[in-house]
Design a protein. Sequence first.
Length: 623
Amino acid sequence: MDKSQIMRFFIVVISIAVAILFIFSHLSNEERKIPKAKLGVLDLAEWSFAEDGPINLYGEWSFYWKQHVNPNTINSHIDSANYIEVPSQWSAQEMHESKGYATYQLIVESIPQSTRYGLKIYNIPSSFEVYINGNKVGGNGEVGRNKYDEKPAYGPKYFFFQLDSYDSAEIVIHTSNFHYRSGGIRGVVQFGTTDQLLALKEDRLSFQLIMIGGLFLLGLYHLSIFIYRRKEITSLFFGFFCLCMALRALLVGEAYFVKVFPNVPYVLHIKIIYLSLYAAVPLLIWFFYYLIKGYVSLLYTHILSTISLFFCLIVVFMPIEIFTRSIKFFYFFILLIIVYYLYQIIKAVAKGKPGFVFLSLSAVFLSYATVRDIIYYRKEIQDVELTSLGIFIFVIGLAFVTSGRLAQTFTTIEQAQIQLQQGKEQLEKKVEERTKELRIANQQLEKLSFVDGLTNIPNRRFFDNTLEKKWREADSSNKALSLLMVDIDNFKQINDTYGHLFGDECLKKIAKLLETETDAIGKFIARYGGEEFAIILDDFTDSEAERFAKRCLKVVQNVNISNIDNFTLTISIGVATLIPHKGNKKELIAMADEALYSAKHLGKNRLVVFGNDQLLQRKGDDQ
């Protein structure tokens, strides 16, 4: 690309910038006429909250300098009131100092009744209290008449109230400022319905949290790249830059940081806000130096980063009255940096570097946001800050650039991988086979963890999980759950007489018989422990559970377990049924155990059903 092409591209970028400025200026000067307060009164007769939404309470407010007038008697002082434009700093008025205290009053008329309303106050340095029709609805910090009485606080506040029989609202704000560089209602005061303000708060907070999360993840991602590849020095600076911007986004706007850490001192909070911006600039400067090395002068990089660090030292060591005034100069400094690096970015675009076209556009938007905020800060008015949004968009542009660099790296790697494709395919095949083996092994391990190794039926762990699941299902459907505890009779004697191997065979055969019966009706059986088994019968009545237990007894009695003469293997069964809301799982198990114990005590080879008043006994021989 020759010089003429570079010039044409530069003209295109400037044209886009002009278009953006035009669009924003058009949006900020809508034809819809917004009512403004005059002589302390705002008439909303022509304003519809349903159609027009919340209204910014701009205009002339009644103003009482160095007075905290009682809200209930303020109308008797109306003759001594002055008037001040809101939003503005009170030092804009002649003879008013930046430090002091005052009372603001605004009467809002023609408000529809039977609706709950609210106020959203962006920020009033350094503290304030709000009264509606003489009633205090809240505040921020503690107002005072000197620096020692005042307790400053930061952040936007929302206040909600019911006007009841009133069709007007008298808003009285007591405020004081003995800590910040300027005082007064410098930010937006919004009035609207509760639903509107809450929706507005939720939307802004959601957007801010998305922005914070995006910056935070970008920061961690690029820092992790640097950790694994120390040559990626650009990722180091860009990662810390994103984290600084994420911290700043936490501190401004809806000030979510205040909600998480409400006890952070006011001055420290303000210092962190300024440092998060001031410290981010040298990180960005060095990031660009390594990103487009050869385009940016090392001398300029040292000079610009040194100036940025000087601003940081001002914040750290100077009082709040001084370091807060540095923001005006710092914004001009940022604007110069943006112009310088925008020129270097355009040169990089001319060289065909990937991602730099979008970066140049995002830099133009950041320039606009910076100029716009400089204008507002010069007026000492706090409105929605666009610099944070501009930086966020700029960060996205930077992410495009770093992604382009990574894409180039990946392309190089892919070209090298083509030469090793055959070996890669063989390796992938081996990995696939190994993965399949591992998958099968994991499935077997999972099965082993829930299956009894001897009887090959579910184990006690599986039983506990299944009982918990079936119990919840029965509880939600209000149906009964039955439990059968089955024990092999005289099992210790069998082991002592015929040996443990024979005893194991008996266990396996009994387990197989019972499993066949439970599978036939789709129910669950598990080895509970030793020679004991547990059967869960969900959605069974006590009589149905008894009939099933009777069938299990008959199955065992009718099968020849062994060829040993005079050897008969029998079982005893305890049956319990319980509706979940009348007890718990432990009670159900205890009931079944008690019934099983009764069956053993009554001579074995039988089942016993646990009843509320008695144990119903059935001998196996009589069934």
